[in-house]
Write a protein that binds this ligand. Structure first.
Ligand code: FES
Ligand SMILES: [Fe+2]
Length: 421
């Protein structure tokens, strides 16, 4: 994040504070159709065209430190395995034996010189998924070994995160992330390690969970404590990136800025975070605002000078979501990872604080889904402050293919002129 971007965000915030209406010429949004959150048909469209074509976070590079190390990944609804090859390249294969479909590996993680199916021992090599051994081969007539290698998915890494994409023709990950990297790079994701993780099953559509983190219009209404909100949503500065990604930097409220020793909302100064270790080179803005990004379609990251959680939303079915958050930080001096059973006290406090914010957000989700499924909610009106939600939905339609989306549920592509390149 260079100084120019930081100064642009500061100017955007000043503008947001003083405006009396959305910017001149900003489009009026039509309602978002509730069926996008409730119908089987829309869920099927997402399953067929979105989740099969988008990059998602499957794990971390340190989960597979050595050649032959692997982990399985099932959250896209198909069984996958990620393995580090003897050439040190991390690849993704379907965890589906080409004999009769048994899972090639059963353990969630492990290490193997070759991937040998536990059922009848068909064996594949780790670099290319090539079939290299078939017991009792004499009993197969005309077995075409080349046709029976493990099918591949796209796989790449960014910031220490392993991304997979079922589409073999997907754009390279770095191109797809594009200018969002200007926000993420300073936080040195590859140097961070997991502090702790939580998962919840929430009875709502996955987009209800995602949308809860795409605006701060709600912030002071559900996250205030003792009458004080940490953030002032009126100054929230947002940026829309290509491919559905976005950023949102929200200033501290006057009370919280004063608590932090800041003279005003934009007095972005160094803050001492000890006993936490701080990430080197992170701009002061990250200590003195809420700086969040979203990676399309299902990741929200509130970035911070001591690390960040990733909030991830996985559809189980149209009305059920696996909500997961994993916090990453710099491990204690002299250690290469955190011990989840023996976290330093300051991290336990941080964990409890973050979990309680997440609980405040979660409380609304199931009831909102029930309302959307009732005739009571006629449609979803979206305001200017909520435009990142619109951006998410617009991109969902583009990835699904607008022509595949029933006209009455489509999003008008009105935010295209506002996307930064
Ligand atoms: S199903 Fe894998 S070897 Fe038979
Ligand atoms: Fe919230």
């Amino acid at each position: 994040m260079d100084d120019l971007l930081v100064e642009r965000i500061r100017a955007d915030m000043a503008y947001e504070f003083q405006r009396t209406a959305p910017p001149e010429g900003f489009p009026a949004f039509h309602d978002i159709a509730t069926e996008r959150h409730t119908s089987d048909a829309f869920h099927d469209l997402e399953r067929e065209h979105l989740w099969s074509k988008t990059w998602v976070i499957a794990g971390r590079l340190e989960d597979v430190p050595n050649p032959g190390d692997y982990f399985t990944f099932d959250k896209l609804g198909v069984p996958l395995l990620v393995v580090r090859g003897t050439d040190d390249v991390v690849r993704c294969f379907y965890n589906t034996c080409q004999h009769r479909g048994a899972p090639v590996v059963r353990d969630e993680r492990g290490s193997a010189r070759r991937l040998r199916c536990q059922y009848h021992s068909w064996t594949y090599e780790v670099d290319g998924g090539t079939l290299v051994a078939v017991p009792d081969e004499r009993d197969f007539v005309d077995l075409d070994w080349e046709q029976r290698c493990l099918p591949r998915a796209s796989c790449d890494a960014y910031g220490g995160f392993v991304f997979v994409n079922l589409d073999l023709d997907a754009d390279p990950l770095v191109d797809w992330i594009g200018p969002l990297a200007e926000m993420l790079d300073p936080f040195r994701g590859s140097e961070l390690r997991e502090v702790y993780r939580e998962t919840r099953i929430v009875p709502c559509n996955w987009k209800v969970t995602a949308e809860a983190f795409l605006e701060v219009y709600h912030f002071k209404h559900i996250h205030s404590h003792g009458g004080v909100s940490v953030l002032d949503n009126r100054g929230a500065a947002m940026g829309l990136y290509p491919n559905g990604h976005s950023r949102m930097i929200t200033p501290f409220s006057a009370q919280h800025a004063a608590r932090m020793g800041m003279a005003d909302w934009d007095d972005w100064r160094p803050i001492d975070h000890r006993p936490f270790a701080s990430i080197t080179g992170v701009p002061n803005m990250a200590s003195c605002t809420s700086s969040a990004v979203s990676i399309f379609p299902n990741v929200i990251i509130p970035l911070g000078p001591i690390g960040f959680p990733i909030n991830v939303f996985w559809p189980i079915d149209k009305g059920t979501t696996l909500l997961e958050w994993i916090y990453y930080g710099l491990p204690p001096e002299g250690q290469d990872r955190f011990d989840p059973d023996d976290l330093p006290e300051h991290w336990k406090t941080r964990r409890d604080g973050y979990n309680s914010i997440m609980a405040e957000d979660e409380r609304n989700m199931a009831p909102m889904q029930r309302s959307m499924e009732s005739p009571a909610l006629r449609g979803i009106p979206i305001n200017y402050q909520e435009r990142r939600i619109w951006h998410l939905h617009e991109e969902i339609d583009r990835v699904i293919g607008v022509e595949n989306v029933p006209e009455k549920w489509r999003m008008s592509p009105v935010l295209q002129p506002y996307v930064e390149t």
